[in-house]
Design a protein. Structure first.
Length: 189
């Protein structure tokens, strides 16, 4: 069986480096009634930390990537059921970018997943934004690594055939309006 799922026109990814306001934006979109899928990386780190598991980036980065992929596959499958737009806090292609960032070659099955499970061709990118960057228990990178992550995931999405649309460096409400304008015809049905 070949797993193929195309969310073109209704599955919208918000990506970028850490600390650029993606999760805050996704949470704000959810409060306006937009269906959202949470970020895999943060969930995996929280789960693995809770059980002192090995699937954390600083312990076993390849296992961390595999756990993210499993999470993203489940979210993609979940989003394919139902109607209307779905906004993803990162997507499968982010895992490709992460592995390249750390100097690892993405395994063939990850590259297949990135090609077979598609999102809308427009990927919304939160650019690095020093003014709002802050660390937390799951975000331990410094700002330079956040900038490098932004570059790596952006390059991975372009390579996978997506068009990048930068989010404005603006407050959350303005970003919500920006995203809703791009997916509005679907949200307002």
């Amino acid at each position: 069986m070949t797993l193929v799922s195309d969310l073109t026109g209704r599955g919208f990814v918000i990506t970028g480096g850490p600390g650029a306001g993606k999760t805050t934006l996704v949470e704000a979109l959810a409060r306006t009634g937009v269906r959202v899928m949470p970020e895999a990386g943060r969930a995996v780190i929280q789960d693995q930390a809770a059980i002192d598991g090995p699937g954390r980036p600083q312990v076993d980065p390849m296992l961390f990537a595999e756990l993210q992929l499993a999470h993203d596959l489940a979210r993609h499958r979940e989003a394919a059921v139902g109607e209307g737009p779905v906004v993803f806090d990162r997507g499968i292609v982010d895992v490709v970018g992460y592995l390249r960032l750390i100097g690892r070659e993405p395994p063939p099955h990850l590259l297949r997943a990135a090609q077979r499970l598609r999102y809308d061709h427009r990927v919304l990118v939160a650019p690095p934004w020093a003014a709002i960057y802050a660390n937390d228990p799951e975000r331990t990178q410094d700002f330079a690594e956040a900038v490098a992550t932004h570059a790596a995931v952006s390059a991975a999405y372009v390579e996978a055939g997506y068009d990048l649309v930068d989010l404005p460096l603006a407050d959350v409400e303005a970003r919500v309006r920006f995203v809703r304008e791009r997916i509005g015809r679907l949200v307002d049905r």
